[in-house]
Design a protein around this ligand. Structure first.
Ligand SMILES: NC(=O)c1ccc[n+]([C@@H]2O[C@H](COP(=O)([O-])OP(=O)(O)OC[C@H]3O[C@@H](n4cnc5c(N)ncnc54)[C@H](OP(=O)(O)O)[C@@H]3O)[C@@H](O)[C@H]2O)c1
Length: 252
C-alpha cells in the first residue's frame, strides 16, 4: 500500500465487525466523524469526552444510524487522576474484557504564541491533555489491548509535531512527544505483533481547532472530517497488522 492508497482506503461495511474501539475527543470534529464511521463499519465504539451532554448527542446519533450499541466514557483529560484512569480500565474490562483499538484524538491548541511570551500555566495544561493523558490512558489500557487478537493504537499527531514551527509552542512539543511515545511503545511491543502503535497526522481539516489556528482562512477549501478517514480505517483494521512504529498521514 502506498501512502496515497492508505489515505484513500475504503473498506467493506464489515471491516471492523466485532472490534471494540475507544475514541477520545469523540464529541466533535474529527473524533465525532470517526466514531460514526467506525460504527458504520461494524465497530462497537467507546465514546470518550469531557462533556456528558455532548457524548449523549453522539451516542444518540450512533443509535439512530443503527450502529452497534456504543458505550460512553466521560473523562476530562485535563483533570483526570490516577483513580479515574484505573476506573476507566476497570469499566472497559468489566464490560468488554478487551480493547481492539484506541484512538487518542482529543487535544487542545489554546494559543499560538512565541516561546518568549508563552505562559507557563498554558504550557502545563496543554502538555497534560495532549501528552501526559495520552501516556496515562495508554498505560492503563495496555492489559486490555493485550487481550485482543489484533489491537491498534493511534496517536493523533500534526505537521508541527514532525517539524517544529514558530508560534506553535506547547502544541507542537506535545505532538512531537506523542510521536516519540508511540515509537517507544512500538519498540517495547516488538515481541508482540498483535499490538501496533502508530501516529497519524490528519492534515488541514475543517474543524473548530483549525478555525482557531487559522481564523481568516477560507474553510470551504478544507476537507471535512468525514473526508479524511481512510487512513484511520486502515490502521484500525486487519490490513495494517504488523505495521507498528510508523508515522502516517490522512491526507497525501
Ligand atoms: N483539524 C485540523 O486541521 C488538525 C490538523 C492536525 C492535527 N489535528 C489533530 O486532530 C485531532 C482532532 O482535532 P479536531 O480538529 O477535530 O479538534 P476539535 O474539533 O477542537 O476537537 C477536539 C476534541 O478534543 C476534546 N477535548 C479537548 N479537551 C479535552 C479534555 N480536557 N478532555 C477530554 N476531551 C477534550 C474536545 O472536547 P469538547 O467537545 O468538550 O471541546 C473535542 O472532542 C487533535 O488531536 C488535533 O490536534 C487536527
Amino acid at each position: 500500500m502506498t501512502p496515497a492508497d492508505i489515505a484513500a482506503f475504503n473498506p467493506p461495511a464489515d471491516h471492523l465487525a466485532g472490534r471494540i474501539i475507544l475514541v477520545t475527543g469523540a464529541t466533535k470534529g474529527i473524533g465525532r466523524a470517526l466514531a460514526l464511521r467506525l460504527a458504520a463499519h461494524g465497530a462497537t465504539v467507546i465514546l470518550s469526552g469531557r462533556s456528558v451532554k455532548k457524548l449523549e448527542q453522539v451516542y444518540d446519533a450512533l443509535i439512530a444510524a443503527g450502529a452497534p450499541t456504543p458505550a460512553m466514557l466521560p473523562l476530562d483529560l485535563e483533570n483526570a487522576l490516577a483513580t479515574h484512569y484505573d476506573a476507566v480500565a476497570e469499566a472497559i474490562g468489566a464490560t468488554f474484557g478487551r480493547l481492539d483499538g484506541l484512538v487518542h484524538n482529543a487535544s487542545l491548541l489554546l494559543t499560538r504564541t512565541p516561546i518568549s511570551h508563552y505562559d507557563v500555566p498554558t504550557w502545563c495544561r496543554l502538555l497534560q491533555v495532549n501528552l501526559t493523558a495520552t501516556f496515562a490512558l495508554t498505560q492503563v489500557c495496555l492489559p486490555l489491548l493485550e487481550q485482543s487478537a489484533d489491537a491498534s493504537v493511534i496517536m493523533t499527531s500534526s505537521g508541527v509535531g514532525r517539524q517544529g514551527r514558530a508560534y506553535w509552542g506547547a502544541y507542537a512539543v506535545s505532538k512531537a512527544g506523542i510521536e516519540n511515545l508511540s515509537e517507544v511503545l512500538a519498540n517495547e511491543y516488538e515481541h508482540n505483533p498483535a499490538i501496533r502503535f502508530n501516529t497519524l497526522n490528519p492534515g488541514a481539516t475543517r474543524t473548530d481547532m483549525r478555525a482557531l489556528a487559522y481564523p481568516a482562512e477560507d474553510t470551504t477549501l478544507l476537507k471535512t472530517p468525514t473526508e479524511i478517514l481512510g487512513a484511520y480505517l486502515w490502521l484500525l483494521g486487519p490490513n495494517s497488522r504488523g505495521h507498528s512504529g510508523g508515522r502516517y498521514n490522512a491526507q497525501v
